[in-house]
Design a protein around this ligand. Structure first.
Ligand code: RAM
Length: 924
């Protein structure tokens, strides 16, 4: 009897992707079996062209346990083709193979030469661009005139075409410089929003593929595209300057048709396309959009619409070199939140609280209004303590406001912006004569549609809230690219994601999403190897950095640029993704070479090249410790009481020099590991040797004989301990010093961005588990639970973003970076940690001493659902663990005993006191 089956078949992390650009896609599956201790002993996988039935690839019967990311090595795949694939497997439990499990995927345009279409640019008046310097931005300087005046409308593009037969399959490939929505015969091609997403457009512009078979028909058809400024031409990232890539928008599409009778044809964007200004007076990602309902042209997307008077497209280009099939999950509407409170003030403004800081926009249904009534929706994340409106965004040109001009429709009208998004919890609506009721208004949550994979709940509500807040910040900042915050900058800061990535992997399937972002990061890497501090990076950003000074002139920075090494390693560890290591390896080498060269060429300014000793000279020629860096960014004590723009320079000054070699060493250490995984042993040996030598230099220059670092902030010490940069015989002293710093700070952390992810692990692993617990449970700022206690629904940028009296500061309330503690909750509180890539082996080591009485957590690994539930009652611990087929867990109990758990369900109870007593005995 067959005891198992292959389930959850995926290609490149997706169920049944279409438009895939990978020439050698990777296949994964999970196994299901009612029996415990199931391991795969072999598999067979086949790929066929579904139209011709041709067998493209078969693995034959392969022995082995591999079921994750099996790379295609068959005949070359063709573009725009449907491939069926099936897999069956053998296990240790039976001689018989499982039944075949089937799935399919489709390739997209695999070569730029597959494109016959042309970029088309609608007639439009280019915007006068609005450009501000970093300094303007840091100082929050406002330009004089209202920005809305200088914005331009959305653009409508339409093309008609005739199909002369029944259609079997129709795929629309489309992209834009700007953001777009496509319709076929007035039906939306898909439910994606803000396509094509944010990319480093000069190098890569993502192409969407839509299955539009159902929407085309024999006879006359129409294809319609609505185009808005998006990231290409709109106001974006730090400065909020506009037109950072270009000041005109354009689009490209190619509709590929397979007729039922076997003929193929295509419809390409070309000179037959007509354009007209759309009903949005403007639509900008930052400042919102203004839609005049009366300007909506009814029926414009239908085939028989009379387009007399529409304009021909003005510019055509056949440069398709940057077009890249989209990789990963698109942006979609993820959820809708009903308001928790609606009030109306004396001015007739309605204040709506959605109870949760989100990324998205409002959908509002209005009663019949007089045509021309102007309804305005403003957004903010936090209010003043007295409930009055407060804008927490300190920056120029980023007022998140949508404006709707009513059409006077007899049955009322509904408005949801289409080409913008906001970071908010509260909306203020003016111009609406009657208050909306709960059913009339909702907050639409937007984000990349990543599969949720984890859950965590404990007996402590505050901890649960902390976890939820991290998840919400993740959701809000994983929109096309990983951003720092969804309201002020929305930049793909490499430091932020480097810090948060491990936590992200527990909550959602982020492998494809982050792989795509890494492709942008690499595209933005400079020739000299510098990896930019954020990506995508526009031509305007490059100009800015050249003329910028101080923090504003930073192009690459310690702890930010190292994302190119750290992030692939995290993805390898969590998803067993070897390709992401391979893909990024050359970029890592280039970055490490830059660090090495700079180290050899430059000395920190406080050193005197003439009086320094030979030893110092040798040491500093190895250490990358010059240039501007963010250091342990936003270390709390450096900000105390200062407005953000005054305080932010202090941590860089105090810690920039020491943080740089710390991350240089981290990158070297990981590069050695990565080279080994890739079978590049000789290179790994070189990295190891260089790491050893540089570590020696670091210890000489920065670690005192008493184990103390030259910096008295907590962060560098945390990192030095975490990255093994303290000699073994000084570790205890260093850890004791760190513990002292924390105690002197009232059991509170004083770690900044790059060190905070390691703080609790370091304390735990150096014998200060009790102190780690006190830092975690701390209620005074800076602490995680202070945020929870003061109403946070997402993670804040500053620990004291809301003062004890409720006064909010003008900082981001939705920065995922400090949410990195969520990974600690999964790994050390619930106790699920990867031990072999992709959780093929994992550790179960819950912290029963954390003060909790119940914890339940699950995460979906590549192999299936890992579940842990534990509880404590009357000194007895009960632990339940589910181990997915084809993986194993190592259970580490407080008694220091280790038990291997095979796949299946396990439950055990034990007396906690005697377990701890057993540890004490072992220690003694
Ligand atoms: C801020 C961002 C981000 C951080 C940089 C250095 O402007 O919000 O979080 O990475 O600075």
């Amino acid at each position: 009897m067959i005891e198992h089956s292959c389930t959850r078949l995926r290609v490149e992390y997706l169920d049944t992707p279409i438009g895939l650009g990978e020439k050698a896609p990777r296949f994964s599956w999970q196994m299901e079996s009612a029996r415990p201790a199931i391991h795969q002993t072999g598999y067979e996988l086949e790929v066929r062209d579904t139209a011709t039935g041709e067998l493209m690839w078969t693995t034959g019967q392969r022995s082995g346990a591999e079921s994750v990311s099996i790379e295609y090595t068959g005949a070359p795949l063709l573009s725009n083709t449907v491939y069926g694939w099936r897999v069956r497997s053998w296990t240790n439990a039976s001689q018989d193979a499982s039944a075949w499990s089937d799935s399919h995927f489709e390739t997209g345009m695999l070569q730029p030469s597959d494109w016959r279409a042309q970029w088309v640019t609608p007639t439009q008046t280019p915007t006068s661009t609005e450009r501000w310097s970093m300094l303007d931005w840091i100082m929050g300087r406002q330009p004089g005139e209202p920005v809305t005046e200088r914005l331009r409308p959305t653009q409508l593009l339409r093309q008609t075409f005739t199909l002369d037969g029944r259609v079997d399959r129709a795929r629309l490939y489309a992209s834009a410089h700007g953001v777009y929505e496509a319709q076929v015969n007035a039906t939306p091609a898909d439910d994606q929003v803000l396509a094509p997403g944010f990319d480093s457009y000069e190098h890569r512009t993502s192409v969407q593929c839509y299955d539009v078979t159902e929407f085309v028909h024999e006879g006359q058809n129409a294809l319609a595209i609505t185009l808005a400024d998006g990231w290409w031409a709109g106001r974006i990232v730090l400065t909020g300057s506009s037109a950072q890539w270009g000041d005109t928008t354009s689009a490209i599409w190619q509709l590929e048709i397979d007729y039922a009778d076997g003929r193929r044809s295509r419809v390409c964007s070309d000179e037959s396309v007509l354009s007209a200004p759309g009903p949005h007076e403007y639509a900008d990602l930052f400042i919102g959009e203004r839609l005049d309902r009366r300007a909506i042209i009814d029926g414009w997307a239908l085939p028989d619409f009379d387009a007399a008077g529409w304009n021909p497209v003005v510019e055509l280009s056949d440069d398709t070199s940057s077009l890249t099939p989209f990789y990963g999950e698109p942006i979609r509407r993820l959820a809708e939140l009903a308001p928790t409170l609606i009030t109306t003030n004396a001015n007739g403004e309605h204040l709506v609280d959605f109870g949760q800081v989100i990324t998205g926009r409002v959908r509002l249904t209005m009663p019949q209004l007089q045509a021309g009534t102007v309804v305005t929706i403003e957004h903010t994340e936090v209010l003043s303590p007295d409930g009055s409106w407060f804008l927490n965004i300190d920056g120029i040109n980023k007022e998140q406001t949508d404006v709707y001009v009513a059409g006077g429709l007899p049955d009322g009208e509904t408005y949801e912006p289409r080409f913008t998004f906001h970071g908010f919890r509260y909306a203020r609506i003016s111009g609406l004569p009657v208050s909306p009721t709960t059913g009339d208004i909702c907050a639409v949550v937007l984000g990349s549609d990543l599969r949720p994979t984890g859950s965590l709940s404990t007996s402590d509500d505050r901890l649960n809230k902390l976890h939820e807040n991290a998840v919400w910040s993740q959701r809000g900042n994983f929109l096309s690219i990983p951003t720092d915050c969804p309201q002020r900058e929305r930049a793909g800061w490499s430091g932020d994601i480097q810090v948060y990535a491990p936590a992200a992997t527990n909550n959602a399937h982020v492998a494809a999403f982050l792989t795509r972002w890494l492709r942008n990061l690499r595209a933005d890497q400079l020739e000299d190897g510098r990896v930019p501090i954020y990506s995508p990076r526009s031509p305007f950003d490059r100009e800015q950095a050249e003329s910028g000074q101080g923090l504003g002139g930073i192009v690459a920075a310690a702890g930010w640029s190292d994302a190119v090494v750290i992030l692939p390693w995290v993805l390898y560890e969590r998803y067993a993704d070897r390709r992401v290591l391979e893909e990024n390896y050359p970029a890592m080498l280039a970055w490490i070479n830059f660090q090495t060269k700079t180290a050899a060429a430059e000395l920190p300014p406080h050193l005197d090249a003439y009086t320094m000793t030979a030893r110092q000279r040798t040491n500093h020629s190895l250490l990358y410790n010059t240039g501007e860096h963010f250091g342990d960014w936003l270390a709390p004590s450096t900000l105390n009481g200062k407005p953000l723009h005054e305080g932010i320079g202090i941590a860089p000054q105090l810690t920039g020099e020491i943080i740089a070699p710390i991350f240089q060493l981290r990158s070297l250490q990981l590069a050695a590991r990565i080279a080994r995984v890739l079978g590049r042993d000789a290179e790994a040996d070189v990295f190891d040797a260089r790491w050893k030598q540089t570590r020696g230099a670091f210890i000489d220059e920065y670690v005192g004989a008493d184990g103390r670092l030259s910096s008295t902030l907590q962060g560098p010490t945390v990192l030095a301990l975490a990255f093994d940069l303290i000699p073994a015989d000084r570790r205890d002293a260093t850890a004791a010093h760190l513990a002292q710093l924390i105690r002197d700070n009232g059991d509170r952390l004083d770690t900044g961005f790059v060190s905070v992810p390691y703080l609790l692990d370091v304390l735990h692993d150096t014998g200060y588990a009790d102190l780690a617990a006190r830092v975690l449970w701390q209620s005074e700022a800076p602490s995680w639970l202070y945020e929870v206690d003061h109403g946070a629904t997402t993670m804040w940028e500053s620990w004291d973003a809301v003062a004890a009296d409720g006064t909010a500061r003008a900082v981001s309330m939705n920065h995922h970076a400090f949410g990195c503690v969520d990974d600690w909750l999964f790994r050390r509180i619930a106790g699920i940690a990867p031990a072999a890539p992709g959780y093929r082996e994992f550790l179960i080591e819950p912290d029963f001493s954390s003060g909790l009485t119940e914890v339940e957590a699950s995460l979906e690994s590549q192999y299936g659902a890992i579940e842990v539930a534990w509880s404590l009652a009357d000194g007895t611990a009960t632990l339940k663990v589910s181990v997915p087929p084809n993986s194993t867990a190592l259970l580490r109990l407080p008694s220091a005993t280790e038990v291997v758990l095979d796949s299946g369900f396990h439950s055990r109870s034990f007396d906690l006191d005697s377990a701890y007593a057993a540890v004490e005995r072992t220690r003694a």
